[in-house]
Design a protein around this ligand. Structure first.
Ligand code: C5P
Length: 228
């Protein structure tokens, strides 16, 4: 018997760090590996969904058949995400640089041109998660952000939910004692908004990152389907 499958959902996922140029050969960045976003992209793809992965520079191979848009800077990531809208679900797993260098010269900066300390002026990058969550025209039904915290996980996660107006914050405790940063396992705390009761919190058991991505993808789809 032929039964038509539900149409795949369009899911935007950001991943990796961004590179913020100082001059044509130098940049500012962070230690994000991109693993979280890439494993989630694979998990959703395996569940038959249409994933668009907007990725900063990483050493990872994207999952086969997933559409990838490679970007370098936060501004490029922002532009790529806006072009991908509308989507059903947006999941912002990238470690976007909060700042960028205001004036980037066309040529390599030379020590001989800068006596003494070099001063760079940094200006803030757009908050992609907050902008998508507050988009007047294309606000996805479900918008999810991440929070890597070393302390006050609950306070920070709730503040982010409120300030950015996303629906979920997935928080993990990356303090050194947990061994989570760069390790094989992760432990998540998921903070979810509800129009009636305010918010709720669930602490997930510690498990391998790959397995976590697959449970997370299932849980996100289940939540999404209950929204309809
Ligand atoms: O405010 P903070 O950077 O801690 O928030 C983390 C969340 O916000 C992550 O989901 C990250 O992908 C997203 N974010 C973003 N654009 C920024 C900064 C953070 O989408 N410029």
């Amino acid at each position: 018997l032929l039964r038509s499958l539900p149409a795949p959902l369009r899911i935007l996922i950001t991943a990796g760090p961004t590179h913020e140029p100082i001059d044509p050969i130098r940049f500012i960045s962070n230690h994000s590996s991109g693993q979280q976003g890439y494993t989630l992209a694979k998990a959703f793809h395996d569940l038959g969904q249409q994933v668009i992965l907007v990725s900063g520079p990483t050493a990872l191979h994207p999952p086969p058949q997933v559409e990838v848009i490679d970007v370098e800077t936060a501004l490029e990531m922002h532009e790529a995400c806006m072009e991908v809208l509308p989507v059903d679900i947006a999941i912002m797993a990238a470690a976007v640089s909060d700042w960028r260098v205001q004036f980037v010269p066309d040529q390599k900066m030379k020590k001989s041109q800068h006596q003494g300390p070099l001063q760079l002026t940094l200006i803030q990058n757009p908050d992609i998660l907050a902008e998508i969550a507050q988009h007047s025209q294309y606000r996805p039904k479900l918008v999810i952000g991440f929070a890597a915290e070393t302390e006050n996980i609950e306070d920070n996660a709730l503040q982010k939910l409120k300030k950015k107006k996303c629906d979920w914050i997935i928080a993990n405790d990356v303090s050194a004692s947990t061994g989570i940063m760069g390790g094989e396992e992760n432990q998540l705390q998921v903070f979810t908004t509800h129009s009636k009761e305010g918010w709720s919190q669930k602490k997930w058991p510690r498990m391998k990152k790959q397995l976590l991505a697959s449970y997370l993808a299932q849980s996100i789809l289940e939540y999404y389907n209950n929204l309809l």
